[in-house]
Each structure stands twice: as structure tokens, then as C-alpha cells.
Design a protein around this ligand. Structure first.
Ligand code: NAD
Length: 441
């Protein structure tokens, strides 16, 4: 019921605003800003390759049900395409095209030798039994295995897919080509060729960049506060890193209450929330036990209360489209940094307001790139068949993201660009250079 409600609203969103048209418009705007050649524009406005296929699954009741699967490779000038697989009822070719294009910019802005791709299946995974889900995962590989591979296109988990599902997919691919090939897919369980540090990579990566932003603004991290929307994988690890690594306080955390089917904000005073305690009362879907929070002396407030807190840093780590023309004015004047951990949390209209107010925005495809960086490390370790420790992985992640952050903000300063535009310019320039080097344009 809840999933179908969420799905409907995403279907409505997709119908209202075609995400691929939005991705193309964003690209066109930056292409104009850069004076990009028509040759480069023609190639980059559309994905290089698109696959749409049927996946027939014999369901537990004995009948065959046909699902539709997709894989889109937007660009592979810099290396094999890279991007997750979404299992969501609202998935269409256009949502996947948009996500694939955004992956090209994400891998380029953090300077990974990879391109951009994305895949999906239009399905509500919660509606399937474990056997049906495994059959669907293997079926997805059966349809596309000729067109993916460690040197071609490397999928990963995304919304609605899990490490276990990546394990089944890797196994199916290995059987089909007759060789153990862990590098065909990343985000696998650690005991099945996954990388240590992958689970915390995105949330920690967000905070490594917040640390760099604070240096630029001259803020002492130990005297800063943050409010976070979302307490799932990314929100929890960002909260942990913000308090443990930076010594700051997280004063509010918003989450979606699956039972009440509405969001709430759990908040504390300036002394901050006890993140370990909060994690201990949170289920695997990121729903917090609000009664336990209340008993611990915390306030349970409206779902959007997190946005109006007088904090230094806001971390949207839940959904797209949360900071809009209507909600952007709730943001307190004290806010100095907006770290976009979620994908697309800010609408273009709200972005204009933030730009005018001078909030330092760490744009989503840079801010949440920690996951893809460690996915890349996973592929490297698979190729070498030699594995790093968690500390080594996290140290390399920090180094990588810090460099990317500095490059983007240096360009923003040098060219007087808004950080989001600077990130786009840097990413597009890198892809264009690779296409020139290869003689495509
Ligand atoms: P998740 O499913 O683990 O957690 C989502 C959290 O958001 C949950 O706590 C949920 O209760 C909360 N939430 C949902 N709707 C809400 C609402 N309306 N108001 C308040 N809270 C709400 O997801 P995740 O993996 O943490 O991903 C969060 C975001 O980060 C997504 O936008 C995702 O695309 C992006 N992202 C994730 C990764 C990754 O490695 N997991 C990488 C890049 C980007």
C-alpha cells in the first residue's frame, strides 16, 4: 500500500516533468554557458546505447509474468559505463536515460575513469517473493549480459536493489561466460567480492566535503550544527561522521514514518542528538521509533521542521524535490552550507533563491559521489583479486573526494561560477576532452 502510494506520486512526478527533458535542459544551459561545439552537444544530448527488454518470470502461482527491463549507456568516452539498477514501479526509459546522463557527469566530476549508465526494471520489489526476485535478477542478466562487463558497463545497486541481488546477478553473469567475474557488478556483499567501506561511503563522503566547505568558510567544525532529512543508509552515516569526525552536533533528523505514512522530525536542543542511540531505535528502512525518542527527551515535530532549524549545515538525504519554491523560504538565515546528499533535492526555482542568498551548495552529483568512488575501488580490487582494508578504502575515498571538491570550488572561484555550474562545466569538459582524444569529435 505504502509502496504503491510512493510509486504513484513518482509516476505523477515523471508525467508532470519528464526527467530526461530536465537532464537535457540542464545540459543545454551549461553547454551554452561553455560555448560547447554543436558536434559535442549532439553526442552528449542523447545516450549512446539503449536496451529495453522483456523479462518473463514464472511466478509462485505457476503463471508467467512479463516485466520490462532497461539498460542505458549514456557515454563511455572515459571508460566503461557505470551506474545502478533501479527496481521501482515508476521506472520508464526516460527516467533511466536521465539517470544515465547524470552518472556520466558524476563519474567525470570526481575524475573516475568511467562513463555513465543506468538500468532498471518497472517493478515493486516488495511485491515479489524471494524466489521471484532472484529469478527476475537472473533474468535481467540473461537479457543484457552480452552488452555489459568489466570493460563495457558495470552496474550496481540503486533504489529497490540490494547487495544480495548484485550477488545473484554476478553469479548469473559468471555462469553465462564461464568465468568467475566479480568485476561485472559492484555493491556486492563484502563476502562475495564487495569492498569494505561501501556501506558508509556516501554518507562519509558527504561529510568529508562539508569539512572542506567549512575550511573555505572559516568555520570551526566543533562549533557547528546540522539538520538532516532522511535517516537511512546515507543519513545515518552522514550523522555519524558529522558528530564523530567533525565534532559537530546534529540537532534534527527527519524520517518517513511507515506506520503513520507521514514524515516527522526528531529534534534536540543545541546539545544535539545521540546518533548511536537514534540508530539503535531505527529499523532497516530508516524509520525511527518516535515513542522511544520521545521517552529519551527528544521532540517529535512536523516532517518539514528540519528545514527551518537555526543550523550551519542542512543535509537533505532522503528524496528528490524537497527544497522547492514553496519550502526554500523556511531555511533559517544561519544556514551556510547545503550538502545535497540526496539526488535532486533542490528544484531549479529554489536553487535561484539559494544562489541569491549566498548559501554554499555542494551539488548532488559531487556531494553524494562517495558511493560510486568506492564502487570503482571495488572494481579495481576485483580486477587485482587483492583487497584493501576498510581504513585504506576510506582514506582513498577521502583523498579522492577532497580533490574533486577542491577542483570544483577552485573553478567556481576562478570563473565566478555557482558551484553547481562549476561542477557541470568541469564534468562536461572532461568528457569532451576524452571524446576529442578518441577522435569522436
Ligand atoms: P534509504 O532508503 O536507506 O533511506 C531513506 C531515508 O529517507 C529513510 O530514513 C526514510 O525514512 C527517509 N524519508 C523518505 N521519505 C521522507 C520524507 N518525505 N521526509 C523525511 N524523510 C524521508 O536511502 P539512502 O540509500 O539513504 O538514499 C537517500 C538518498 O541518497 C536518495 O536520494 C539516494 O538516491 C541518494 N544516494 C544514495 C546513495 C547510496 O550509496 N545509498 C548514493 C548516492 C545517492
Amino acid at each position: 500500500m505504502e509502496t504503491s502510494k510512493v510509486a504513484r506520486s513518482r509516476i505523477e512526478l515523471v508525467q508532470e516533468l519528464n526527467p530526461f527533458e530536465m537532464a537535457q535542459k540542464q545540459f543545454d544551459r551549461v553547454a551554452d554557458l561553455m560555448g560547447l561545439s554543436e558536434d559535442a552537444r549532439q553526442i552528449l544530448r542523447w545516450p549512446m546505447r539503449e536496451f529495453r527488454f522483456q523479462i518473463p518470470v514464472r511466478m509462485d502461482d505457476g503463471r508467467i509474468k512479463v516485466f520490462f527491463g532497461y539498460r542505458v549507456q549514456h557515454n563511455d568516452a572515459r571508460g566503461p559505463a557505470k551506474g545502478g539498477i533501479r527496481f521501482h514501479p515508476a521506472e520508464t526509459l526516460d527516467t533511466i536515460r536521465a539517470l544515465a546522463m547524470w552518472m556520466t557527469w558524476k563519474t567525470a566530476v570526481v575524475d573516475l575513469p568511467l562513463g555513465g549508465g543506468k538500468g532498471g526494471v518497472a517493478v515493486d520489489p516488495a511485491s515479489l517473493s524471494r524466489r521471484e526476485l532472484e529469478t527476475l535478477c537472473r533474468g535481467w542478466i540473461d537479457q543484457i549480459w552480452r552488452n555489459i562487463g568489466p570493460r563495457i558497463d558495470v552496474p550496481a545497486p540503486d533504489v529497490g536493489t540490494t547487495p544480495q541481488m548484485m550477488g545473484w546477478m554476478m553469479d548469473e553473469y559468471s555462469k553465462l561466460i564461464g568465468q568467475y567475474t566479480p568485476g561485472v557488478i559492484t555493491g556486492k556483499p563484502v563476502e562475495g567480492g564487495g569492498s569494505p567501506g561501501r556501506a558508509e561511503a556516501t554518507g562519509f563522503g558527504v561529510v568529508y566535503q562539508i569539512r572542506e566547505a567549512m575550511k573555505l568558510l572559516g568555520l570551526d567544525p566543533e562549533h557547528t550544527t546540522a539538520a538532516i532529512q532522511g535517516f537511512g543508509n546515507v543519513g545515518q552515516h552522514a550523522a555519524q561522521a558529522f558528530t564523530q569526525f567533525l565534532g559537530g552536533k546534529v540537532v534534527a533528523v527527519a524520517y518517513w514514518d511507515r506506520k503513520d505514512r507521514r514524515p516527522y522530525t526528531i529534534s534536540a536542543g543545541q546539545e544535539g542528538l545521540d546518533i548511536d542511540f537514534l540508530r539503535s531505535i531505527t529499523d532497516t528502512f530508516g524509520t525511527i521509533d518516535k515513542e522511544a525518542a520521545r521517552k529519551a527527551g527528544y521532540l517529535v515535530e512536523d516532517g518539514m521542521a528540519w528545514l527551518s532549524k537555526p543550523v550551519d549545515v542542512l543535509i537533505p538525504a532522503a528524496l528528490e524535490g524537497q527544497i522547492t519554491e514553496e519550502t526554500v523560504h523556511l531555511i533559517h538565515p544561519q544556514v551556510k552550507i547545503l550538502a545535497e546528499a540526496a539526488n535532486g533535492p533542490t528544484t531549479p526555482e529554489a536553487d535561484e533563491v539559494l544562489r541569491e542568498r549566498g548559501v554554499m551548495v555542494i551539488p548532488d552529483f559531487l556531494c553524494n559521489a562517495g558511493g560510486v568512488v568506492v564502487s570503482y575501488f571495488e572494481g579495481v580490487q576485483n580486477e587485482m583479486n587483492f583487497y584493501w582494508t576498510r581504513d585504506e578504502v576510506l582514506a582513498r575515498l577521502d583523498q579522492h573526494l577532497t580533490r574533486a571538491f577542491q577542483e570544483v570550488f577552485q573553478l567556481a572561484r576562478d570563473e565566478d561560477l555557482y558551484p553547481r555550474d562549476a561542477a557541470y562545466v568541469l564534468a562536461i569538459q572532461r568528457v569532451v576532452r576524452a571524446m576529442e582524444m578518441r577522435g569522436w569529435i
